[in-house]
Design a protein around this ligand. Structure first.
Ligand SMILES: CC(C)(COP(=O)(O)OP(=O)(O)OC[C@H]1O[C@@H](n2cnc3c(N)ncnc32)[C@H](O)[C@@H]1OP(=O)(O)O)[C@@H](O)C(=O)NCCC(=O)NCCS
Ligand SMILES: CCCCCCCCCCCC(=O)O
Length: 172
């Protein structure tokens, strides 16, 4: 009988290194330097078997991510769980608003699953901050690889008082 904490079958060894290099005109983006180390659920295990994530800013300063969906994101056999894809959109689109200077939490996330995503695929998560009016910041994004779109999402972010990225960095 399995003991608590014992690795599940097939999950004992780590998958090999994955190439998450960005496009030539992207610059690496340090998410913990901006928002702290709390964003561990999606991007906290860079060598693990769940997700591996690397963040960038593109030439237009929009946040982009290369994400590998590992075997532990499985939902339908051989493919990513819908919740695993929604979690990625939640983190990337919320972080995109922070990267644009808005201290937010996510109020509403609308996710459309367009194509089954095979496990152990490296995808690009694109984001774009499309508007900021009052406390509402709208961010859109998608998960794609080449011409294949796996997920499209719209994210309504709501700003928090006294939490601007600049003030959080000044407080360190
Ligand atoms: C989002 C949150 C901060 C909003 O609460 P609040 O500060 O009291 O703000 P309000 O409820 O007054 O909402 C502010 C505006 O955003 C809108 N809004 C808030 N949540 C919304 C939602 N889920 N969908 C659509 N609009 C929403 C409100 O309608 C309001 O619009 P208005 O000014 O035009 O009337 C709060 O609901 C919250 O903390 N939710 C949990 C967030 C969370 O756990 N996110 C995941 C982790 S990041
Ligand atoms: C006080 C907020 C501290 C930093 C929060 C960063 C939030 C980025 C988006 C996370 C999305 C989510 O948790 O649902």
């Amino acid at each position: 009988m399995k003991q608590v904490g014992e690795a599940r079958d097939g999950a004992e060894s780590l998958c090999p290194p994955i190439d998450l290099v960005g496009e030539p005109d992207w610059q690496p983006f340090d998410a913990p330097a901006l928002v702290g180390a709390s964003l561990r659920f999606v991007s906290g295990e860079p060598d693990g078997n769940r997700y591996r994530v690397r963040y960038y800013r593109d030439a237009h300063q929009q946040l982009q991510a290369r994400v590998w969906f590992g075997p532990e994101t499985e939902g339908p056999p051989g493919h990513a769980h819908g919740g695993s894809m929604a979690a990625v959109m939640d983190e990337v689109l919320g972080l995109a608003a922070w990267a644009a200077g808005h201290a937010i939490v996510v109020g509403n996330l609308n996710v459309s699953f367009r194509t089954l995503l095979p496990l152990e695929t490296v995808v690009t998560v694109e984001s774009a901050v499309v508007s900021a009016q009052g406390r509402k910041v709208l961010v859109e994004g998608r998960i794609r690889q080449g011409d294949t779109v796996y997920v499209e999402a719209q994210c309504l972010c709501i700003t928090l008082p006294d939490q601007s990225p600049a003030s959080r960095q000044d407080a360190r």
